[in-house]
Design a protein around this ligand. Structure first.
Ligand code: GDP
Ligand code: IMO
Ligand code: MG
Length: 460
C-alpha cells in the first residue's frame, strides 16, 4: 500500500519528521518532486539529520528513490550520501533515469535572475539551488536527464546545444561577462562534460539508476509499503500556490503520480496525509495574511524599522525562537503567523487528505491566546478558501478566531501516554481544525524527536 506525505502550507511543516514517524513499516520512500531546495529534518534520540535530497527514510535504513519528477544535483546527492555514511548510516538511494539534472549553470542563473528581479523588488527569494531554471529547461524540452549522464554521446551533444544558449542569456540578456562570474566553468562544455560524465559513471557503477515507475510498481506487487515524501508545500505548488511566489513543481498529491510514474489510483487508494504546522511559517516573499511582524527583505513592504506593531513583532520573535524557525537549507529567519484555515481548506481539497499530522503544538504552549484565520474578508465579502490570484490574496484580511492558550506540558509523557493527555485547550484547537477540514487527526507533533509525536492512527 502507499502513504503520501504532503505539505499543507508553505513548506517546513515537519514532513521529514512524519516520514520518519511512520517510516518504520515503509520499504521504499520516494521523493516525487523538487530537489535540494528541500530541507527535511529527522531527529532520533537527540541526533539531528537534515536531508535535502536523500529521502528521509534513510535514517531508518529504508530504500530511497528520487523519482522522475525530481530535479537532481548529483554533487549534492553524493555529498549528502557521504555525510550520512560518515554518521554511520548506510543509505541506499536510487535515481530515476527520467529525472532532470541540475547543472552549475542552473544554479548560477537562479542567482542572476533573482538579482535582476530584486531591482524591481520582485524576487521570489528562491533557495538559489537552480530549481526554477532546471524545470524551465525540462518544460522547454532542452533539459538533460539522469539517463543522459550514462550516454556520453548524448550528453555531449545536449551540452553543446544548451550551453551556448545559457552563455547568450548571461551575456546578451543580463549583460554580464562569463569570465567575471564566480564560476566561469559553469558555462564550459568540456568541463561540464567531464564532471557530469563522471557523475554518470558513479551512478551507474553503484547501480543507482532505475526506471522509477517500474521500480515502484514492482515493489508494490511484491507486497512492499511505499511512502511518497512530498517536498515544499501546497501554497508554493506551481499550479495551486501563490504564483509567482512558488517553487517550480507540484508538491500536492497529484504530483506523486505524475512525478513517479504510477497511476492516480495507486496514490488515491492509499493514505494521503496533510502535514500542518500548528501556526504558519514562510521562507521568501509573497503575501501572508496572518503574518505577525515581518522579516526585512522577505515580507512585502516591510523594512528594518518594522511594521510598527510591537506586540505582533514580539509574538513573532517568540514563536520564531521557540519553533527554531530558521531555514534548514539557507538559515534565513522564517516569517511566522497564525494558522490560516482558508489555506488549509484549499490544500485539503486539492490533495484529498485522508488524515492530518499537526506539528509544533508544543511551540504555542504557554501563550494566553492562540488565534487562527477562520476566513478572510476580501473586497467586502467573506471568503473561506484561497483566492486564485496572488493579488487578491494580498488584499485578504484575516477574520481571526481566538482560542484559549494551553499550558506547557512534558512532550515525552504526553507522546507516551496518548492524545487524551494533551491539554484540553489544545484538543479543542485540534477538534476545530479537524471539523473545518472534515479530516481526522492522525498524529500530533509535540517536539522534534521521533518519540515526541502523539500517534493516534497507524497508517499502514
Ligand atoms: P520539512 O521541510 O517539512 O521536513 O520541515 P523542516 O525540517 O524544514 O522544519 C521543521 C522543523 O521543526 C525541524 O527543525 C524539525 O525538527 C522541527 N519539528 C518537527 N515537528 C516538530 C514539533 O512537533 N515540534 C517542534 N518543536 N519541532 C518540530
Ligand atoms: P521543504 O521541503 C519552504 C520556497 C523558497 C522560495 C520559493 C521558490 O523543506 O518544505 P525554489 O528554490 O524552490 O525555486 O524557491 O519556494 N521554498 C521552500 N520554502 N520549504 C521548502 O522546502 C522550500 N523549497 C522552496 O523559499 O520562496
Ligand atoms: Mg524544510
Amino acid at each position: 500500500m502507499t502513504v503520501t506525505i504532503v505539505g499543507a502550507q508553505l513548506g517546513d511543516e515537519g514532513k521529514g519528521c512524519i516520514v520518519d514517524v511512520y517510516g518504520e513499516a515503509a520499504d521504499v520512500v520516494v521523493r516525487y518532486q523538487g530537489g535540494d531546495n528541500a530541507g527535511h529534518t529527522v531527529v532520533h534520540e537527540g541526533e539531528e539529520y537534515k536531508l535535502s535530497l536523500v529521502p528521509s527514510g534513510a535514517v531508518r535504513g529504508k530504500v530511497g528513490l528520487l523519482a522522475n519528477g525530481c530535479v537532481v544535483n548529483p554533487e549534492t546527492l553524493f555529498n549528502e550520501l557521504d555525510a550520512l555514511r560518515e554518521r554511520g548510516l548506510e543509505p541506499d538511494v536510487r535515481v530515476a533515469e527520467r529525472a532532470h539534472v541540475i547543472f552549475p549553470y542552473h544554479r548560477t542563473l537562479d542567482g542572476i535572475e533573482e538579482e535582476a528581479k530584486s531591482e524591481t523588488d520582485s524576487e521570489i527569494g528562491t533557495t538559489g539551488r537552480g530549481i526554477g531554471p532546471t524545470y524551465e529547461d525540462k518544460a522547454a524540452r532542452r533539459g538533460i536527464r539522469v539517463g543522459d549522464l550514462l550516454a556520453p554521446e548524448t550528453l555531449r551533444e545536449k551540452l553543446e546545444r544548451v550551453v551556448p544558449q545559457k552563455r547568450a542569456l548571461v551575456e546578451e540578456v543580463y549583460g554580464l561577462s562569463i569570465g567575471e562570474l564566480e564560476s566561469p566553468a559553469a558555462f564550459d562544455v568540456d568541463t561540464l562534460f567531464e564532471t557530469y560524465r563522471e557523475f554518470g559513471r558513479r551512478l551507474e557503477t553503484a547501480g543507482m539508476v532505475v526506471d522509477a515507475g517500474g521500480y515502484v510498481t514492482d515493489a508494490l506487487a511484491a507486497g512492499q509499503n511505499v511512502m511518497f515524501e512530498g517536498a515544499q508545500g501546497t501554497v508554493i505548488d506551481i499550479d495551486h500556490g501563490n504564483y509567482p511566489y512558488v517553487t517550480s513543481s507540484n508538491p500536492t498529491a497529484g504530483g506523486a503520480t505524475v512525478g513517479t510514474g504510477v497511476a492516480p489510483g495507486v496514490v488515491g487508494t492509499g493514505e494521503v496525509i496533510g502535514i500542518v504546522k500548528a501556526y504558519l511559517s514562510r521562507v521568501g516573499s509573497g503575501p501572508m495574511p496572518t503574518e505577525l511582524g515581518g522579516v526585512a527583505g522577505d515580507t512585502p513592504g516591510y523594512d528594518e524599522q518594522g511594521a510598527g506593531d510591537e506586540q505582533a513583532e514580539e509574538l513573532a520573535t517568540y514563536i520564531r525562537e521557540e519553533g527554531g524557525e530558521y531555514g534548514t537549507v539557507t538559515g534565513r529567519p522564517r516569517r511566522v503567523g497564525w494558522l490560516d484555515v482558508p489555506m488549509l481548506r484549499h490544500a485539503a481539497r486539492i490533495s484529498g487528505f485522508t488524515g492530518l499530522a499537526v506539528n509544533h503544538l508544543d511551540v504555542l504552549a504557554g501563550l494566553d491566546e492562540v488565534r487562527v484565520a477562520h476566513s478572510y474578508s476580501l473586497d467586502g465579502e467573506e471568503v473561506k478558501t484561497l483566492p486564485a490570484t496572488t493579488e487578491a490574496w494580498a488584499r485578504c484580511d484575516p477574520n481571526l478566531r481566538t482560542f484559549d492558550g494551553w499550558p506547557a506540558f512534558d512532550a515525552d509523557t504526553v507522546a507516551a501516554e496518548g492524545y487524551d493527555r494533551l491539554p484540553e485547550q489544545a484538543r479543542d484547537y485540534l477538534t476545530y481544525l479537524s471539523n473545518q477540514l472534515d479530516t481526522p487527526i492522525y498524529c500530533v507533533g509535540v517536539g522534534p524527536d521521533r518519540e515526541q509525536t502523539v500517534v493516534r492512527e497507524d497508517v499502514w
